[in-house]
Structures are given as C-alpha cells and as structure tokens.
Design a protein around this ligand. Sequence first.
Ligand SMILES: Nc1ncnc2c1ncn2[C@@H]1O[C@H](COP(=O)(O)OP(=O)(O)OP(=O)(O)O)[C@@H](O)[C@H]1O
Ligand SMILES: [Mg+2]
Length: 233
Amino acid sequence: MEMIAAHNVAKSYQVGKVAVPALRNVTFTINEGEIVSFIGPSGSGKTTLLNMIGCLDRPTSGTLTVDGTNVASLDRKAAAGFRGNTIGFIFQEFNLVPIMTVYENIEYPLVMVKNIATSKRKEAVSELIRAVGLEEHRDKLPDQLSGGQKQRVAIARALVSRPRMVLADEPTANLDHKTAYDILALMRTIRDTYKTTFIFSTHDPKIVGEAEIIYTIEDGAIKSREDKRGGRS
Ligand SMILES: Nc1ncnc2c1ncn2[C@@H]1O[C@H](COP(=O)(O)OP(=O)(O)OP(=O)(O)O)[C@@H](O)[C@H]1O
Ligand SMILES: [Mg+2]
C-alpha cells in the first residue's frame, strides 16, 4: 500500500524579498512498512522534506499525499489532528521531559491526545518499554540514561500511539556507530511487528546502508534512488 506520494513538490522560503528554493520538484513514492533514508549534505533540503511529510510546513507547489490525505491543503488545525493520528516524530536531541521517568515520557503522548482507559494505556506503555529493551530503566530519569537509551525512549514515545509512520530527522547523529546500528535494527524489528513505515534523514553514509531504500538529495533535488532489496534506478 502506498504511504506517501510526492509529485513535483517544491518549497521556497521567502527571505526578505528573495525566494530561496529548498526543494525543487521532488517526486517519489514510499510504501507502507518501508524503511527509507534521505541522505545529502548540509542544506540539501532533508529537514525541509521531512517537515512537509510531517505536515509541519506546506509545499509551495506540487501535490503530497500522506496515507491517502492530500496534506498540502490541510490548514493548521487539520494538520495537527492528522499528525496526532498518523505520525510519530523522533528528534535528534531526543526532546525528553527531564522531570519525567522513562515510563512517564513514553506515556506522555497518550495522556496528551488519546482518550483511552488507564489499563489500556499502561499496557501500551509496557509493551513499548519491552520492545525497546528498557524494562530495567523504566523508573529512571533521562539524565540517568546513556545517549542510546535516551534514543530508545524517544523511539518508544514516537510509537506508543501506534502511528502508521515515524519520521526521524538525523536520529543517530548523537550516537556512536554501534548504538546507531542497534537503533536501526530496533526500527526493523518494530517495522516487522507493527508494519510501521520509517523515514529518516542522515549525514552518515555508514548508517544509511541499514535502510532499505536510499534517496540521495542534493541542492533540493533527488539525485538517485537505491533500493537495497532490488537495485539502482
Ligand atoms: N525557515 C527557513 N527560512 C529560510 N531558509 C531556510 C529555512 N529553513 C531552511 N532554509 C534553507 O533551505 C535549504 C534547505 O535546508 P534544510 O534545513 O532542509 O537542509 P538539511 O538538508 O536538513 O541540512 P542539515 O543537514 O544541515 O540539517 C537551506 O538552504 C536552508 O538555508
Ligand atoms: Mg536538517
């Protein structure tokens, strides 16, 4: 099933009187359950693209369909609702709440947005804590954890509301290689379990090899697509 269809998506930022192009007629499709990486140099447009897919910003032109919804036309409120139901976000800096335990950080999105019974909520949080291997750390605060453990909390938090898709902007940038590989292996396990689509950006050519589909982006345009399950196009 098609999860994302981008057709001629362009984005320019207005800086004073000048329009700065950040994305130029980007066209691609991503299917449900794929693990996709966008790689490219600083300033190539990776964050801009993830922001469009994540409905944090809108394209200047083109059509962008996410899980069957044309997100280019959503207003702010509709975009927020759509994000809450469909997308989980993982940030480079983890963005954990420092005064909340591991358990509470992971539970937080459910407390904030979903109207669900306490017992169901506990079940969902415990399942994700198990999935990311943090049972022993559930009552710790973020500053008592290593970088990789914090990133696991961030992944569990992104997944607890069972989003169809997870977007991660440089999720491994602050991790050593071994930990970064472990995090990607964890993404694959979670994808196999929940059919979650994972889309991430990275600078790191060693990490990018762990994705299934790799888009190279340069100066706002897609330069190549490599499908590790199939070949180059
Ligand atoms: N809010 C903004 N206003 C103006 N220009 C912007 C804005 N955000 C990004 N840009 C410009 O758009 C281009 C793409 O930026 P983007 O942040 O998407 O790059 P990136 O690939 O994520 O880079 P990095 O690897 O450094 O995170 C750059 O030229 C950047 O200067
Ligand atoms: Mg960026």
